[in-house]
Structures are given as structure tokens and as C-alpha cells.
Design a protein around this ligand. Structure first.
Ligand SMILES: [Zn+2]
Ligand SMILES: [Zn+2]
Length: 102
């Protein structure tokens, strides 16, 4: 068993030796405050991460139709730089003569 003094991570008050191992804060007030603080921080981090992930193209970045660069503001799964290119690609696929099967 370690005998080192533990402190409340919120107000740095020393915890009593008799405090159970799972007790981290000196009291419910600090525990609640820290919990609220962490929850708020997690929310902010989550929002920032969503923005970063949404703005970052994964893998792609080139239009399949005109080989143009897809804007980083587009979703990561977009394959074309613009709706026009997407429509053109669809038309070509639908209207293209079928390869003769051998
Ligand atoms: Zn405390
Ligand atoms: Zn394009």
C-alpha cells in the first residue's frame, strides 16, 4: 500500500489518510465542480474535434470527373468537386456503351 498523501485535484486540499482509495476529491462540492468543469471541457473538445474532422478530407481530395481538387470544406466522402461533375459522371456511366462481354 502506498502511503503518499493524496490531494483533491480541484482545491489541492490533502485528503485524510482514512479516505477510501476511490475518493479523489475532498468533498462532494469539489467533486461536483470538477465534474461540471470536465463535462463542459469535453463538450468544447468534442465540438472542436467535429469541426476538425469535418474539414479534413480523408483519403480523397481529387474529383473523379475532372481531377480537380475537392474543397476541404466538402465532406470527406465527396468524390466530385461540384454537383455538375457528379451529374456528368452519372450521365456518362448511364449512357456509356456497355463493354461487350466475351
Ligand atoms: Zn477539494
Ligand atoms: Zn470536378
Amino acid at each position: 500500500m502506498t502511503r503518499r498523501i493524496r490531494r483533491c485535484p480541484w482545491c489541492r486540499t490533502e485528503l485524510p489518510r482514512a479516505a477510501p482509495a476511490r475518493q479523489r476529491f475532498c468533498g462532494s462540492v469539489c467533486r461536483k465542480r470538477a465534474w461540471r468543469h470536465r463535462r463542459r471541457r469535453d463538450l468544447l473538445i468534442g465540438r472542436a474535434a467535429a469541426v476538425i474532422l469535418g474539414d479534413t478530407p480523408v483519403g480523397a481530395g481529387r474529383c473523379e470527373q475532372c481531377d480537380g481538387i475537392i474543397s476541404i470544406r466538402k465532406r470527406a466522402d465527396s468524390r466530385f468537386c461540384s454537383p455538375a461533375c457528379r451529374t456528368r459522371a452519372w450521365r456518362e456511366r448511364l449512357g456509356a456503351p456497355r463493354e461487350p462481354s466475351r
